[in-house]
Design a protein around this ligand. Structure first.
Ligand code: ATP
Length: 853
C-alpha cells in the first residue's frame, strides 16, 4: 500500500502532496480527493522525508473526518494501529478536530497554568448543557437585580416575585415568561460564542472594556449580517423612547448575562465549545512559554476544510505554527456554508496569502465523483455567485453513464406530501426492478441476515420515535425480500435475493421540517431510512440525564448545572420549592449548591474508600440508599434549610447514591458498571419499566399520538444502547485528552486497581472522565450514530457535507426554504452546490407549488 500511495494520485494531487513549499493552500473542488491528498501528504512526509509522525499535527473539522483520517493514516502505516490510544505520543500523527485539539491543549495547560479557574478535570459542556447554564445565568442576574431593587417576598422557581416573572433593569420591568427565557438563552448561546470568538481573535480577553466592546460587536453583528434584528429579541420593553436606548439596554443586559455565565462556568469547573478554542488562544496570547513549547512540537500542520475555520481557529493555527513550521491547508471556498456560525471564508481566500506571502496555491479540479451533467449543473449554480480568485471549472473524470437515464431532472409537485410520495415510489421502483440492487446475490445463508438488517433498520427508527409503525414496515420489507427470493427460483441456493442498495440514495433538504412528509411516505412504503442530523442521540432526555448523573459522580462538589438536572429525576420529592430554598442557603453560605449538598458526605479523589460491603449488604434500590450517607451534620448550612420530610428523605437518598457510586468509582469499577448501577439504584430504570407496563393505551399528551408505554420502552432501549456503549471502551477511548495527563485521575485509577497492576482504561473516575469527554465532543454530530446502516439517508444539506451517494434528491427548492431568506444568497448558492455535488449518478431536484407543509 505505502509504495502505491503516490501512484494513486493524479498529477494535480501529486504536485500538491510532493510540494516543498513552506506554506501551501490547496483549493480542492468537490469529489477531487481532499482526504486522499491529506493522507498522502502525511504519509509522504513520514516515509519519504523522514519526518517523525509525532511532529505532524493534522486538524479536521468533524470527529468523523478525524476518524477517517486516522484510519487511512493507519492503513498507510503512519497512524496508531488498532487499539492504541491516538494521543500523538510515541511517534504518531496528532490528528484532532479543532475542538478535540483545544480540549487536549487545555487539559495539559490547566494543570500547569495558574489563574485559569478550572482544573485539568474540567468538563466540556455540549450545546444543550451550555444553554441550561445560560438560563441559570439569566435567572441569577434577574435575582440580583430584584434584590438590588429591594423586592423580596414570595418567589417563584426562579426567585422572582411569585407569578410575575420579570427582568428588572434600571427601574424598567419587562414581563419575561419562561418560554422567553428559553428563547433568550438560545439566542445568547450564539451571541456568547461570537463574543468569545471575537475577543479571542483580537486578543482582548478579560477586561470589562473588551467585553463591552465584544458584546457590542456581537449584538450589532447579529442585527446585520446574520439576518436577525433587535426587534426579534424577546420582549424588548416597548417603553424605550428610541431604538438606540433599547439597544443600549439590551447590550447592558447581555453583558451582565455574559459575565454571570462565565462565573457559572468556573463554578461548574466547565468550559463550553467556544472555550475549547478561545481559552487556548488566550493562554497562548498570555504565556509565551506555552507558545514556545507548542511551536517546538510540530514541523508540519495540516488543516482540512480550511474554508470553514472561524477567526479564533485561524488564530490558533497561527499561534501553534512556528517560523519554520510548514502549513498545508486544504479546502474549498465554494463549499463554505458555515458563515452563520462565524466561519470566515476569507481565512482561506484572503488572510492566509496575506499573512504568509510565500503561500503557494494548488488547484484540484478533477471531479471523480459525479456524472459530467451533474458537474456542469453544479458549476452553473456557482457561476451565479460571480468571479472568485480561487475558482476553476471542475473537470469531470467520468464519462456519462450509459443506460442510466438522464442525470439531472427537475420536478414540480403540488405540495410536499405529493413530493414525498413520488420520491418514495421512485425509490421502491428502483429496488423492486433490481436496478439498485447489489451486483451479486447475497449468499443463501445471508437471507435471514437480510431480514435482520431490515428489522434492525426499523428498530433504529424506533429510536427516533416511530417504533411500532417502522417495525411493521421493516418486517414487511423483509417479508417482501423473502417472497421475492422464493419466487425467483425453486432452487434454495438461488433463492438468495440481491440486497437493495438503500444507502446509496439520499434525500436532502434545507430545513429539518421537510423530513416529516418524507418520513411518513417512507414508513408507509416500507423504505428503511435514517434521519441524519435529526435529534442527536446524546440529547435525548434520558441520555442527557444519565450523563448528568455521571458528571455529578465525577466532581460532586462543582456540578450545579448537572445536579439541578437530576436532583428530582426520577421524582424523589425534591421539588422546585426545596431547590429554591437550598439555592438560597448555598448563596448565603457562599458555596455552590453541590457543595452544600455533598460537601460533608463524598470522599475526595485520592481517598481510599472502605472495602465494598458484602453482597447481601449492597443496596438494591432507592429505599436502601438513605442509610448509606451520614446524616446532615449540625454545622452544615444544609441543616438550616426547611425541607419537607419527604424532600429531606429524597435528598438523603441522593446523597447515599452519589456516595456509594463514587466509592465504587474509587474502587476502580468500570464505566459501564457504574452507569448500570446508577440507573438501577436511582430507580430511573424502574420508573420507566413501570410506565412501560402501566402506560398502555394512555397518550403522552393530549396532542401527541404517542403512547406512554411505547415512549417508555423507547427510552429504555436508548438507555440500554448507552450502557452497552459505555461497556465497550474501545468505542470511546481511542482519542481522549487524558492520555498523557490525567491530572491525578490516572494515578487514582491505578491505585484503585490494587497490587500495582494497570487499571483498565475505563476504570474509576478516569473512565468516567474519558467517557464524558467523548460524549461532549461528539454530541452534536451523532444524528446518525454510525452512518453504516443500509438505509436511505434523509439529511439536511449542511449535514450531507463530505458525503456521496449514487442518487440524490434535493427537495423544497422554494423561495422561502431554499434559498432561505435568513442567509446571504451567495452562501445559499454554495449550500445548494454542496448538495448537488453529493450525487454520483443521478440528481433529482424538486419544488412544490404550495410550499407550506
Ligand atoms: N486520483 C484519484 N483517482 C481515482 N479516484 C479518486 C482520485 N482521487 C479521489 N478519488 C475518488 O474521488 C471520490 C471523491 O473523493 P473525496 O471524497 O476525497 O472528495 P472530496 O474532495 O473530499 O470531496 P467533497 O469536498 O465534495 O466532499 C472518492 O471516491 C475518491 O476515492
Amino acid at each position: 500500500m505505502p509504495e502505491s500511495l503516490l501512484d494513486k494520485l493524479n498529477d494535480e494531487q501529486r504536485a500538491a502532496v510532493l510540494t516543498t513549499d513552506p506554506h501551501v493552500r490547496i483549493k480542492a473542488g468537490p469529489g477531487s480527493g481532499k482526504t486522499r491528498v491529506v493522507v498522502a501528504r502525511a504519509w509522504y512526509l513520514v516515509s519519504q522525508r523522514g519526518i517523525d509522525p509525532a511532529r505532524i499535527l493534522a486538524i479536521t473539522f468533524t470527529n468523523k473526518a478525524a476518524n477517517e483520517l486516522k484510519e487511512r493514516l493507519a492503513a498507510a502505516g503512519v497512524g496508531p494501529s488498532e487499539g492504541e490510544a491516538g494521543h500523538g505520543g510515541g511517534g504518531q500523527v496528532l490528528a484532532k478536530t479543532f475542538h478535540g485539539l483545544g480540549c487536549y491543549f487545555l487539559r495539559k495547560a490547566a494543570s500547569t497554568t495558574p489563574g485559569l479557574g478550572i482544573n485539568s478535570r474540567f468538563r466540556v459542556l455540549d450545546a444543550e448543557q451550555s444553554e441550561r447554564l445560560i438560563r441559570r445565568a439569566i435567572e441569577e442576574v434577574d435575582l440580583e437585580q430584584l434584590q438590588a431593587a429591594g423586592q423580596g417576598g414570595e418567589r417563584d422557581m426562579k426567585g422572582r416575585p411569585d407569578g410575575a416573572a420579570s427582568v428588572t433593569t434600571h427601574g424598567l420591568a419587562t414581563p419575561l415568561a419562561n418560554t422567553d427565557v428559553l428563547q433568550l438563552a438560545q439566542r445568547l448561546a450564539d451571541l456568547f460564542s461570537s463574543v468569545k470568538t471575537g475577543m479571542a481573535a483580537i486578543g482582548f480577553h478579560d477586561d470589562d472594556r473588551a467585553i463591552e466592546e465584544a458584546v457590542k460587536r456581537g449584538v450589532d453583528g447579529m442585527d446585520g449580517s446574520r439576518g436577525k434584528s433587535l426587534g426579534d429579541k424577546p420582549q424588548l420593553p416597548s417603553r424605550f423612547e428610541s431604538a438606540a436606548v433599547a439597544a443600549r439596554w439590551y447590550r447592558g443586559m447581555v453583558q451582565k448575562y455574559f459575565c454571570m455565565y462565565r462565573r457559572l462556568l468556573l463554578r461548574n469547573n466547565a468550559v463550553d465549545f467556544s472555550d475549547l478554542i478561545c481559552l487556548p488562544v488566550r493562554l497562548l496570547d498570555q504565556h509565551p512559554e506555552l507558545v514556545a513549547a507548542w511551536r517546538a512540537r510540530f514541523d508540519h500542520i495540516l488543516v482540512d476544510e480550511f474554508q470553514d475555520t472561524d477567526p479564533a481557529q485561524y488564530k490558533l493555527v497561527r499561534q501553534l505554527k512556528g517560523p519554520t513550521t510548514s502549513l498545508f491547508v486544504v479546502g474549498d471556498p465554494d463549499q463554505a456554508i458555515y458563515g452563520w456560525r462565524g466561519a470566515e471564508v476569507s481565512n482561506m481566500s484572503i488572510y492566509l496569502p496575506r499573512d504568509f506571502p510565500d503561500t503557494k496555491t494548488h488547484m484540484l479540479s478533477i471531479n471523480y465523483r459525479s456524472d459530467p451533467a451533474i458537474v456542469k449543473a453544479a458549476d452553473r449554480v456557482l457561476c451565479a455567485n460571480g468571479p472568485s480568485d480561487l475558482y476553476t471549472p471542475a473537470v469531470p473524470a467520468r464519462a456519462p453513464a450509459a443506460g442510466r437515464g438522464v442525470a439531472t431532472t427537475l420536478h414540480v409537485y403540488p405540495d410536499h406530501k405529493d413530493e414525498a410520495y413520488h420520491i418514495a415510489r421512485l425509490i421502491r421502483g428502483w429496488m423492486e426492478s433490481g436496478e439498485m440492487r447489489a451486483e451479486t446475490a447475497a449468499p443463501a445463508a445471508a437471507a435471514p441476515l437480510l431480514a435482520a438488517a431490515a428489522a434492525a433498520t426499523a428498530a433504529t427508527r424506533a429510536a427516533a420515535g416511530q417504533r411500532q409503525r417502522s417495525a411493521r414496515a421493516g418486517a414487511e420489507a423483509a417479508g417482501e425480500e423473502r417472497g421475492a427470493a422464493r419466487q425467483a427460483s425453486g432452487n434454495p441456493a438461488a433463492a438468495a435475493p440481491r440486497e437493495p442498495r438503500w444507502r446509496e440514495v439520499a434525500v436532502l433538504y434545507r430545513n429539518r421540517d421537510l423530513s416529516r412528509p418524507l418520513e411518513e411516505a417512507f414508513t408507509r412504503s416500507g423504505i428503511p431510512f435514517t434521519v441524519v442530523g435529526g435529534q442527536p442521540f446524546w440529547q435525548y432526555k434520558e441520555i442527557a440525564d444519565a450523563v448528568a448523573y455521571m458528571h455529578v459522580l465525577l466532581d460532586p462538589l462543582r456540578c450545579d448545572v448537572f445536579l439541578e438536572r437530576i436532583i428530582n429525576e426520577p421524582k424523589r420529592s425534591v421539588g422546585d420549592k426545596s431547590l429554591l430554598s437550598m439555592r438560597d442557603a448555598a448563596r448565603a453560605a457562599g458555596m455552590p449548591l453541590s457543595q452544600l449538598i455533598f460537601g460533608d458526605c463524598v470522599r475526595p479523589e485520592g481517598a481510599t474508600p472502605p472495602p465494598r460491603p458484602p453482597i447481601e449488604a449492597l443496596p438494591r434500590g432507592p429505599a436502601d440508599l438513605a442509610a448509606l450517607a451520614p446524616g446532615i451534620g449540625p454545622d452544615s448550612p444544609l441543616k438550616a434549610v426547611k425541607l419537607t420530610k419527604a424532600a429531606a428523605q429524597g435528598l438523603q437518598e441522593l446523597r447515599g447514591l452519589v456516595l456509594f457510586l463514587r466509592d465504587e468509582a474509587l474502587r476502580g469499577t468500570r464505566m459501564g458498571g457504574l452507569l448500570q448501577a446508577c440507573l438501577t439504584l436511582s430507580g430511573y430504570e424502574a420508573v420507566l419499566k413501570a410506565l412501560e407496563v402501566e402506560g398502555k393505551g394512555r397518550k403522552l399528551t393530549a396532542k401527541s399520538k404517542k403512547d406512554v408505554s411505547q415512549d417508555a420502552s423507547e427510552r429504555l432501549e436508548r438507555l440500554e444502547t448507552l450502557t452497552e456503549f459505555a461497556g465497550d471502551p474501545d468505542s470511546w477511548i481511542a482519542d481522549d485528552s487524558f492520555a498523557d495527563d490525567a491530572g491525578g485521575l490516572a494515578a487514582s485509577a491505578a491505585a484503585a486497581s490494587g497490587s500495582g497492576g494497570a487499571a483498565a482504561r475505563d476504570a474509576g473516575l478516569l473512565g468516567v472522565a474519558r467517557f464524558l469527554e467523548h460524549a461532549a465532543l461528539v454530541t452534536g454530530e451523532l444524528g446518525d450514530a454510525k452512518g453504516d446502516r443500509n438505509a436511505v439517508r434523509l439529511s439536511t444539506l449542511h449535514a450531507a457535507k463530505g458525503l456521496e451517494f449514487e442518487r440524490v434528491f434535493i427537495v423544497g427548492l422554494e423561495d422561502s426554504i431554499l434559498p432561505s431568506p435568513r442567509s446571504p444568497m451567495d452562501e445559499e448558492r454554495r449550500l445548494f452546490y454542496v448538495g448537488l455535488t453529493r450525487a454520483k449518478d443521478q440528481l433529482f431536484v424538486s419544488y412544490c407549488k404550495v410550499g407550506a407543509l
